[in-house]
Structure formats: structure tokens, C-alpha cells
Write a protein that binds this ligand. Sequence first.
Ligand SMILES: [Zn+2]
Length: 158
Amino acid sequence: MTNCFFCQKLASIPTLPSEELVWNFPNSFVLLGKWQFYQGYCIVVAKQHERELNALPSEIRHAYFDEMCLVAKAIEQVFQPLKLNYELLGNQVPHLHWHLFPRYQHDPETLMPVWLRLDRADKNSEEHQRCINSTLTPLQTANLLRNCLEKLGAKKDA
Ligand SMILES: [Zn+2]
């Protein structure tokens, strides 16, 4: 699917900078999301282009799920959020990808999904800046997650 955003990302894995590509699993790859107010926010993209989870062959679906859970574990261990939000939406890009949003005490909208705020961030430059701000650089965040995934024994694509 050459016009699919995530298929294009998949094709460009060898050239993605290490601050963007956190991990390359056998069945998925992990991108550091830009909204690092939610420190550790990652996107876990399936390598097989499908719109819905049920379209993946069972074995691949389970492996994809396990890879996503390992990323969740790494985010938990590194950043210790109050709660992780797992979102598999695909309304904008219909190629399976999990958004893993860590939620923290300092979040002003703890009861709301992040999308309301991110929608405002798309329209307002100050809110945009607040939502991408973090105490760490993207490379530092990606390195922390990578080190943790290595310790957790995460598999790499050959
Ligand atoms: Zn795709």
C-alpha cells in the first residue's frame, strides 16, 4: 500500500533516526510519538497492513499483541505513569497501530481521552508546544525505552 503513511514508514525503517524508531520487532515497529507531554508516548505499528485486528492471522495477532504489551511494560518501568491508555483507533490512518499514552499526576485532564487536548494542540501553537514539551529530548526518551526493552529480552527483526 504505497499511499499508506505507516506502510511508507515501514519501508523507511533502515533510514529512520534512532530518536524516532524505538524498536523493530518481528511483527511490529515502535515509533516515539511527538506528544511527549505524555512522557514515553509510543505508537506500535503492525508490519502487516490491515485495518482491523481480526484481519490478522491469529498467530501474528497474538505476537503483535505481546510486542505491544512489552512496550507498555517498558514505558511503565521507565516512566512509572499513573495509568497507561491503550488506543487502537485508525480513523485517520487505517493501518493497525496502538497508541500507548502514559497518563500522569500533572495531567490537567485526567478524566478525558488525550485526543481532545491534541485536537486543540493542532489548532493552537502554545498548546502544541505544551503537548510536545518534555524534560527529556526524544533521543533520551527513546534510549531509555530501548535499554529497558533490551533488558526485557525484546525480540528484534532479523
Ligand atoms: Zn499500511
